[in-house]
Design a binder for this molecule. Sequence first.
Ligand code: B12
Ligand code: SF4
Ligand code: SF4
Length: 353
Amino acid sequence: MKVTDIIKRKGLELGFSHIGITTAEPFIEYAQELLRRPDYAIWADPDRSKYPGRTYLTETATPKNYYPQGTSIICATLGYSQYLYPEELTRHVARAYLCRSYVPQPNDLAGIRVAEYKRFIKSLGIGMYEGECDLPQRAACARAGIITYGKNNFAYTKEDGSFNILFTFLVDTVLDYDEPTVRCDCPESCHKCIDACPSQAIAAPGRLLPRNCAMNNHQLPLGAFPDDLWDKFSTSIHGCDICQLACPRNAAVLKRASRKDPFLETLKDEFDLEKVLFLDEDYYETAIRPIMYNYIRDMDLFRRNAAIAMGNSGNSAYITPLEKALTVYKDKPELLKPIVWALGRLRGEEKSN
Ligand code: B12
Ligand code: SF4
Ligand code: SF4
């Protein structure tokens, strides 16, 4: 068997849904697009000192910046559409995180799959970039022929719609390349995702405004989540699925979902916004880390997001814990602001009932 076929076959054996391969040539249109978008400055501004610690997507658009011998990109999708995600959890956390593959860790299943795939590829005598490098994964997967775009920005496959996580492996060997599928397969007249977004974050087809998108705000430091957006994301504390759920390209996929995930079935009875508001190490380890080990490391951000979600819940039972939080967090003024806001909303609603 040819080495390209061996690599593809192993990827499928390990549970990836699609494997495609493209060159490591620069993603020129992608880089130009980033620089055209002023609201992407935190990922694109050529002056790195302004946003220390950020991944610079304009640099990763040229993979050889990171790995001069990089020749090919092995691209993979991992579909997560097969599960029936419990409503008790999807109210608060997007499916992309509930599926527990978003940021693979060395000691979780997704991480073990990725590590084994890398080990296997390297065992074929192929060199691989091992450092941190956020390649433009949607653009790479489209060039590798395994996804098409949706106007909501998402990467779609036939089997999983937009419910797939993307992976890319930069290697030093020339392989056989797949026919690109760099196109949008949405019906011309459809704009359901654009209309459904609660914060008008999709300005035009394929044009996201990160400032307005849920996940971008959920991960911002205390004081940086703009208060004009606090009432937009309902009871969500980590991401949002609204523009995917509204999409007709996902309708059949959502209908097919039939499997219960036993871990999520356990977690759904334990998940509690009040516990997130008073988050401690134990609850973080058992209920938060497994599904939200992504961008947020500061526990106060989870507490802030829980306070905002409570304020949007319409549930007056949260008034008592929020009042307690006023005392517990009296020395954290930036955390008190959303708590006071949430209390104001819930008390106002209680009066008008
Ligand atoms: C920065 C980032 C964010 C930012 C900005 C998002 C964005 N759309 O740019 C924020 C924090 C807001 C974010 C949010 C989310 N993210 Co994010 N994010 C990334 C990251 C690290 C880079 C994205 C990027 O390069 N953006 C810059 C823009 C210019 O690039 P782009 O969106 O890929 O679009 C380019 C092309 O793909 C193409 N294109 C894209 N859409 C369309 C549509 C049309 C019509 C056409 C013609 C072309 C086209 O044109 C663009 C220019 O070349 C990637 C991982 C990675 N390394 O690639 C994950 C990634 C995009 N995120 C992902 C996910 C799951 C999310 C969330 C869904 C999580 C959630 N449920 O809350 C949201 C969804 C928001 C949305 N509607 O897109 C997944 C998406 C998987 C998928 N099936 O598409 C990725 C690929 C991570 C992964 N490993 O799977 N994210
Ligand atoms: S993920 Fe949510 S906030 Fe972001 S664009 Fe989609 S609907 Fe809007
Ligand atoms: S809702 Fe319509 S326009 Fe948006 S991604 Fe789905 S098919 Fe495309």
